[in-house]
Ligand binder design. Structure first.
Ligand SMILES: NC(=O)c1ccc[n+]([C@@H]2O[C@H](COP(=O)([O-])OP(=O)(O)OC[C@H]3O[C@@H](n4cnc5c(N)ncnc54)[C@H](OP(=O)(O)O)[C@@H]3O)[C@@H](O)[C@H]2O)c1
Length: 305
């Protein structure tokens, strides 16, 4: 165990090894009194000096449980001030399956973070924050492929692939993130202890590793898709692409509590670099859909609802 004298704050984070999270963790780690524990897969991932990494592969529920145990062992009873669940993946197909047999995008983006939030919420400090990175792609008003209904079993075990399947799965997983935040915000232990559960949309952000694009697809994005976004962005602000530094800065501010949404708001959306608090899509506000996802997710990860 590493000795860290005078820990003023503890931040536990996923998705800190590239893109938006890498920018965020730079800011979070700047405060010498903050102990940052990052869950990271593989080897060779770089994090700022002083940040500690613990093994975590979100594509395995066993790994999620081991990570939660390792965090608690490392902290030895010190509570967590911010739980930043930022990792995400996006694929072009629905063919990927995790070690547990779930479709990969659903499992990594939603199920693993659902389990981690449930395992670590009892260990949060009073007035702590849980931040789950969602996306405005959950909203059909912004992304035509966003879900209009949600069947968690069909997302966990999709029967077919087909056109836009990867994007549909990604958008649905981000809807699940928003619904999970709404459920977390309703938990008695969260309400009674002043904990804020927030869903953060960093908005369209360039220069990250999101998507499993090879060099050809990357060129296609740069030469075709991004110029189209630039034109569409003149009419639809959600299509204006921002840099990871700004998206990461706001994520760090949410974790630090220097940005706080008005009471009752759980959705924070970065639009053209500005922090906004819009209503999420109608499906994300549906209490029956929310409660059904919570129950079914509990059963999938082997917890009581
Ligand atoms: N970029 C955008 O336009 C945009 C827009 C809205 C929302 N978002 C959301 O923002 C978040 C960050 O995305 P990004 O654009 O910064 O993408 P990114 O550069 O690909 O970063 C994704 C992060 O998630 C981690 N991760 C992925 N799969 C993992 C797994 N199985 N186990 C452990 N860690 C895993 C990655 O770790 P490795 O280093 O090991 O790959 C990396 O740290 C995601 O939740 C994404 O959905 C992004």
């Amino acid at each position: 165990m590493t000795d860290t004298p005078q820990i003023a704050r503890v931040v536990v984070m996923t998705g800190a090894t590239s893109g938006i999270g890498a920018a965020a963790v730079q800011e979070i780690a700047r405060d010498p009194g903050t102990l940052v524990l990052v869950g990271a897969r593989g080897t060779g991932r770089t994090v700022p000096a002083g940040v500690e990494t613990l093994p975590l592969d979100l594509a395995s529920l066993g790994s999620v449980r081991e990570f939660a145990d390792a965090v608690l062992r490392r902290l030895g009873g010190t509570p967590i001030d911010a739980l930043v669940l930022n990792a995400g993946t996006q694929s072009r197909s629905l063919d990927g399956r995790t070690a547990d047999g779930f479709e990969t995008t659903f499992a990594v983006n939603h199920l693993a973070h659902y389990l981690l939030a449930r395992l670590l919420t009892p260990h949060l400090a009073d007035d702590a924050r849980i931040i789950l990175t969602t996306s405005d792609t959950h909203d059909p008003a912004i992304t035509p492929l966003a879900p209009k209904t949600l069947d968690p079993q069909a997302r966990a075990h999709p029967p077919t692939s087909g056109f836009g399947a990867g994007m549909r799965a990604y958008a649905a997983s981000k809807l699940c993130n928003l619904l999970t935040v709404r459920s977390l915000a309703e938990l008695p232990e969260v309400r009674e202890r002043g904990i804020r559960a927030l869903a953060y949309n960093p908005g369209l952000t360039g220069g990250t590793n999101l998507g499993d694009a090879g060099p050809g697809a990357k060129r296609f994005m740069t030469l075709v898709v991004f110029p189209v976004f630039r034109i569409v962005g003149r009419f639809k602000p959600a299509y204006v692409m921002g840099p990871p530094e700004r998206a990461g800065q706001v994520l760090a501010q949410l974790a630090a509590g220097t940005v706080t949404p008005p009471a009752g708001h759980v959705y924070v959306s970065l639009v053209k670099g500005d922090i906004t608090y819009p209503e999420p899509a109608p499906l994300a506000r549906d209490d029956e859909v929310r409660d059904d996802l919570w129950r079914q997710s509990a059963s999938m990860v082997g917890l009581a609802p």
